[in-house]
Ligand binder design. Structure first.
Ligand SMILES: Cc1cc2nc3c(=O)[nH]c(=O)nc-3n(C[C@H](O)[C@H](O)[C@H](O)COP(=O)(O)OP(=O)(O)OC[C@H]3O[C@@H](n4cnc5c(N)ncnc54)[C@H](O)[C@@H]3O)c2cc1C
Length: 379
């Protein structure tokens, strides 16, 4: 194999494949030789991506389910979110990988695939070492974190950690039209805890027990959290567990580098995970689209990318509020959804809102905790 490529994409996960699909779409990049590297074939359903979106998105044909009605539940009451054209969508990674690899096969020799472990990426030369072999790229797009982030003492690092069960019941038990984005009616002893309920049919749902905290739980604690919720909140004693999903997503205001020399970082490794929520899928799509525009226009600014410092500050404030827990995280998040239109909150969390919408959210937030967190972040 010739080991020189225009682009090397290190990591064939959500971010690497989102970028590659858009590169393949772009007629002006038709002659570019691309190398895609991952540890092995992507055939497992290793994650479920959920995200809100207006209209049809780039990966619409891989969407497994969508909901136009969402709820947030809390001991103080339930909120039916005003969606204003947003839908909440679910993509199973297995469908996403299948879709992308079919397109890669159709692209022929333009895209070479190497399976192996990346051990080194040199940003000055664009050399990538995979199991002792070296490949060279004009640009390397990497979603691989070869070393953990080195945090400054002032930076926060929480985890969004969860276990989801795909459950099935013999009798009709769910309303497939309405999903629960966050149900806070669960014990909060381990930090901000909530459950997602994504009904797929009257008899099937994905139920995900989720925490925002500094440490993961023991395996049995996720199981008992799920079991108790399903029994006490969903009123189900009998069901079968069809699949299990575990996940840990970093929630940090650490500044991941966007670009270093010939390397452009993607996905979680490129700071595309929203620090205050863990949501990444939508950001990866926006980033991939901007990168392809940068490649077509040969625009270094688009290739360097940068997250708005205004939104980084909001994330830092929210992370501090969650970490310090002067007010329970469940109450903080519930109050944000209760006092604002969901569509405004979605735009805010997507870093798409206008300053006056952000000011509105801030003014209506529990001011004591937010003011002290904001002062601590700014000082
Ligand atoms: C279980 C789970 C559920 C999630 N659900 C959501 C959700 O609902 N909504 C949302 O917005 N976000 C969600 N996320 C967060 C985020 O969207 C995903 O983590 C997303 O997959 C990030 O994309 P990525 O390309 O950065 O990482 P990945 O998809 O993990 O891709 C990285 C790729 O690099 C490969 N790789 C890593 N190291 C090496 C190496 N040394 N050599 C070779 N290959 C390597 C891996 O095999 C992998 O294929 C979830 C995350 C998890 C873990």
């Amino acid at each position: 194999m010739n080991r020189q490529f225009d682009y090397i994409i290190a990591g064939a996960g959500g971010a690497g494949l989102s970028l590659l699909m858009r590169i393949l779409d772009e007629p002006t990049l038709l002659r570019k030789k691309i190398l895609l590297i991952d540890r092995g074939p992507k055939t497992a359903n290793d994650r479920t991506w959920c995200f809100w979106e207006k209209g049809n998105g780039y990966f619409e044909e891989t969407v497994y389910r969508r909901w136009d009605k969402l709820r947030v539940k809390h001991p103080k009451g339930n909120i039916n979110l005003s969606m204003n054209g947003y839908s909440y969508k679910m993509i199973r990674s297995v469908d996403f990988y299948q879709h992308c690899f079919e397109r890669i096969r159709n692209a022929g020799s333009r895209v070479q695939l190497v399976y192996g472990s990346v051990t080194e990426i040199k940003d000055d030369t664009g050399e990538v070492t995979v199991d002792g072999f070296t490949y060279q790229g004009g640009i390397v797009f990497s979603s691989i974190l070869l070393a953990p982030p080195q945090l400054k003492p002032t930076q926060h690092y929480l985890l969004q950690h969860f276990r989801g069960w795909w459950i099935e019941t013999a009798q009709d038990s769910f309303d497939p039209d309405t999903a629960d984005l966050m149900d806070f009616r669960v014990p909060q002893e381990h930090g901000c805890t909530f459950v997602y309920v994504m009904p797929l049919s009257p008899k099937k749902a994905l139920v995900e027990y989720t925490l925002f905290s500094e440490k993961e739980l023991d395996s049995e604690q996720y199981d008992s959290g799920l079991k108790n919720y399903i029994q006490q909140n969903l009123g189900l004693d009998s069901y079968s567990i069809k699949e299990v999903e575990n996940g840990v997503i970093p929630m940090t205001n650490y500044r991941f580098p966007g670009k270093q020399g010939k390397v452009i970082f993607l996905g979680t490794a490129g700071g595309q995970t929203k620090a205050s929520t863990g949501y990444t899928f939508s950001n990866m799509q926006k980033h991939a689209a901007a990168l392809v525009r940068g490649l077509v226009l040969n625009n270094p600014q688009l290739l360097a990318g940068s997250n708005s410092s205004r939104f980084l500050l909001y994330d830092s404030i929210l992370l501090r509020v969650l970490k310090e827990a002067k007010m329970p995280g469940a109450d903080v998040l519930f109050s944000i959804f209760k006092r604002n239109r969901a569509s405004t909150v979605f735009r805010f969390l997507d870093n798409d809102s206008e300053w006056y919408e952000e000011a509105g959210i801030m003014i209506k937030a529990p001011w004591r905790v937010f003011t002290s967190a904001a002062i601590a972040e700014i000082m």
